[in-house]
Design a protein. Sequence first.
Length: 311
Amino acid sequence: MGMRILGWGTALPDKIVTNHDLEKTLDTSDKWIVERTGIRERRIGDSTGELAIAAGRRALQRANVDASSIELTILATTTPDQTVPATSAHVHEALALGGGAFDLNAACSGFVYGLVTANALLDAGAKRILLIGAETLSRITDWSDRNTAVLFGDGGGALVLERVAGEGQLLASDLGIDGTARSFLQSDIGAKIKMDGREIFKRAVRAMVKSSEQTLKSAKVRANEVKLVVPHQANIRIIHAACDRLGIAQDRAAIVLDRTGNTSSASIPLALVDAIDKGRLADGDLVLLTGFGAGMTWGSALIRWQEPTSK
């Protein structure tokens, strides 16, 4: 058994914080931020649960399915609203979903981890799963630290996934972690994010490239056959370097970080939905999702796009 994507949705807070806004409180400039990150603005506000609910509701509406038909909800997040219970409990209640629900924390790789997990559970017998990535990184960002304050934003994205006979849309995947690198990006309970940017940059490119190559190899697909790359939206230079090393043209990458900043586990679904809504995908196109995150985690997944049939 495999999976197919039935619907999708996103959510962003109303408040926009531009680089020019940050110039007023930090020793930085719009030019400096854009040149080094590609980010021009980010969205700030709402709770993780609120963003997850809004994105999930839109995905259910796009899929045209009843919320009670969802047998499992997976919420990828590294910024839950509470330590206990899981934020997915709030989402489950608000959307009147069926089945069970749990949070998954693999940092910025969380959505890919969730996709691979969902595919396995569909193969094991689940019929329909709601997968969400939602974050409010603004809550754990030190807004006086120019090295991190310019990077992060809030947002959410969701997919409705359904079990199908046969191969399904997920063709291959690769997940990994190097716990020895966990200190390079971390936030203790009640504390703000701390990051070694240079070390993260160096390791991120290697991790994305190696994971992507393994995924393509498993699927017996060449890099030039990939129509669209949907990378974690952390830094435009990381994305361009990874594309170059993979031999994939930079214009095949889905990019939203200029408008959203780094939204961790929400970044890949935000970029994927943006590409879908802009008509960048046709039936049969190969789409490579790839990312890295604190831990240091990484994950890649290759899907064959299929336009959903009406319900």
